[in-house]
Design a protein around this ligand. Sequence first.
Ligand code: UDP
Length: 240
Amino acid sequence: MASYQRILLKLSGEALASDSKNIDSEMLKKVVNVVQSASELGVEIAIVIGGGNIYRGANLTSSGMNKITGDHIGMLATVMNALAISDAFDSHKIPSIVMSGFSIGGGVCDSFDYKKADKALSEGKIVIFSAGTGSPCFTTDTAAALRAIEIGADIVFKATKVDGIYSSDPELDSSAIKFDSLSFDTAIKKNLKIMDTSAFALCKENNIKICVFSMFEDNYTLANILNGHSIGTIVSEKGD
Ligand code: UDP
């Protein structure tokens, strides 16, 4: 039996991108494969998708745009990504729904509703949360922590390019050491740039673990962790 019943998977927008495309169908297929192999274990899966492959508020602001408008554009980018992921699930006959943190008309997607999300997850649908928290000045990491609390997820899986949390950037420092586990306090104190401090703080206050892992190392990495293999880095209250 899988070790968790309900999980929140945080994907950065970059997970959908290739060198030539913001949203690449091959990357969407990889996301489907990873999620499908995890869902076949009977685990309920919600996803919070970022938007950094299309727009980040900070990049727009640095070119002179109003901060709030930049963040609105960033949040809309996450909606585009969510629709693309949902479409990829549709083509593999995997039921999913998209919810947005702010209301969007025209039948594009549902507005966030934690009871509706809870019901959909219980029915085996993949729920894709978009538009972050629905408010500017936050990140989709914080949205992941928030949505995890709202749906009663057991853990947040934060997908990254590396296979866990290291003492320094392993791509720049060959002596970097990987942590198997860490406490929230250590993660916050060391200012590890894996998730922002507000996301760590929300998870800590609500006793939700975070697992940092490499999404595309193998289609089965997420499924293997769910099956109890010690892969990635677990951040928890006690850190063991
Ligand atoms: N954003 C926001 N409020 C939120 C979440 C996101 O304003 O609650 C905006 C912000 O501008 C951010 C952008 O949406 O830069 C895309 O999200 P993020 O940078 O977290 O995406 P990721 O890096 O995960 O792809």
